[in-house]
Design a protein around this ligand. Sequence first.
Ligand code: MN
Ligand code: MN
Length: 298
Amino acid sequence: MQTEQYIKAGRIAAEVREIARKTDWIGKSVFDVCEKVESEIKKRGAKCAFPVNTSINEVAAHYTAEPNDPITIKDTDLVKIDLGAQIDGYIADTAVTVCYDVQFDGLVQVAEEALGNAMSMIKTGVKASDIGRTIETTIKKRGYKPIANLSGHSLDKYTIHAGRSIPNIWSIGGFSLSEGSAYACEPFVTTEQGGGFVRNGKIKNIFALNSRKKTKNEEADRLLDFVWENCNMLPFALRWITKEWEEKKARELLDILIKKKAIQAYPVLVEVNEQRVAQAEHTFIPNENGVTVTTSAM
Ligand code: MN
Ligand code: MN
């Protein structure tokens, strides 16, 4: 039964998220953070559903460490650690914001509060737009701003964004939650000075397969096969292929495959006013009476 895999992946992701929350990362490189968190997922018998994201300050999402990435966590940083575990393709997606500057405690807390309020209203049939309203109201009441163009999402086997969005603001229309389906809810919050939106940044260091069509380049095709075997259609990082190819070669092959549209690259997402962003995230499955939050802490 797929519910069992969702629950198992969720338990592992939750354990690892709590380790990430409690660890003092100051002075550690983002490379160390990603490798450590990913190793904790694998140690527990799951695969990584995507490269661990370590998005710092005004970078809201989609930054993962480059091979030997030297960027180091400072005591003034706000770091979103977003991680995914998967069992047979069934995914748990969860995130925590770590922050060592008390000035930003409120920002971190309101992301958690918005997520908590959203989780307590979930059951089968609840409208996604009403979840968005709860998240927006919770955040604005505390004097902060939700990021309007980032949202939660439905999940499916080997698919992180399975077509449905769970908004972080109230919006017209939308869908109602289905019994037994998996979703992620992820409020992103910025300060009053923030624009409340993200834009694409220049850096792209998360990738995913687009198509398995052969490219006529033997080595590039071998990379496609490697990604398919190890990640299916799920995202991956350069760090994950430099175990097989040397970095320079891996970058060349990736460039070829991106040009041929066999692989897509995801840009980092940056707050439009370059204000700091906090995030909290859970994966959940609604039922008739309420919800199973697969990534809830024990
Ligand atoms: Mn996530
Ligand atoms: Mn997510």
